[in-house]
Ligand binder design. Sequence first.
Ligand code: 2RA
Length: 388
Amino acid sequence: MYAARVSPALNARSLYAKHTSQAPFSRAVNTFNRRPTRASLIIRAAKDSNGPRVAIAGVSGAVGQEFIRVLTERHFPYSDVKMLASSRSAGKEVVFDGETYVIEELTEQSFDGVDIALFSAGGSISKKFGPIAARKGCFVVDNSSAFRMTDGIPLVIPEVNPEAMADYKLGKKKGGIIANPNCSTIIALMAVTPIHRAVGVKRMIASTYQAASGAGALAMAELEQQTRDVLNGDPVTMNVFSWQYAFNLFSHNAPMTNNGYNEEEMKMVNETKKIWGTDDVSIAATCIRVPVMRAHAESINLTLCSELDELDAKELLSKAAGLKIIDDRANNRFPTPLEASDKDDVFVGRIRQDISQPGKLGLELFVCGDQIKKGAALNAVQIAELLL
Ligand code: 2RA
């Protein structure tokens, strides 16, 4: 393996923008500075004096940028918006809904008068500022893992368990925190929950193929840089991971736990049980980072509580919100991360009976979902919509 450490001159931001349909930031952050097109003129968030006052914490990160885009695409109503980030990004500009905002440094005072705050600034920032914001009456939708397993904090996929936040409504309750699940959990449960609701899932074994975006914009930049390095015959640049990423794959970079599963794998186990509200399901996962830019893929093997024919499973999944089936055996056409990239829906295919299990008690699926969208920003904005 080639190995070299070079200056971190990777232009992560422009790279991130390249892998979305949006333009790079201006002087750091500028989501909508692309030439006005028909679409960009039509797609606008809904500024409305009766709308909630919104804040985005971590606006300069990959998910923060996607928050802006998704709020805009979904015409999320707002009367005011605050762009928040660390002191490093404070003072830079971001364009949202045709207006330019100066990014403010995130402080305890940032949430005064804010109704809904979307957080994606890392676990320690969420731990520190999430409760402060909630005490001030703000609803925090948190994309970090800080509160996901905390009792009393709903962990929500809107298509799966909206009832978990039934009491959380603007005007009804005075603030609170709602956690956004981990991307791999969201993408798996979008496909598996309709089956679980219909016949019960007894056991789920997931093997993931996770994109660079899940490790952040710098990891995406590293993948691109290394690909260039290898093709040019140069030593590979390694700033984010300590091993080669391009033309390779490796066990997920999350810290290892005592049982030999890493934290990413245990998130899948624990979050699924919390979201489904049961301990009565056996789950194991193997999470792998693959050289794909922004959509995760997962192979999922299920043992069911009662029999389900693969055609009935397909029929069931075809009716599920937020899910699209690509399952063309004749042409070997199934979901791919590239096709799922930049899409709201999660794609499912390879829907087939597991021949290693008796009767029709076993089912196999392959899912792909955009990690930054449904795996993060879109799910969080959908949670925010449930607050309205
Ligand atoms: C990943 N857990 O590693 C992340 C994204 N949330 O892909």
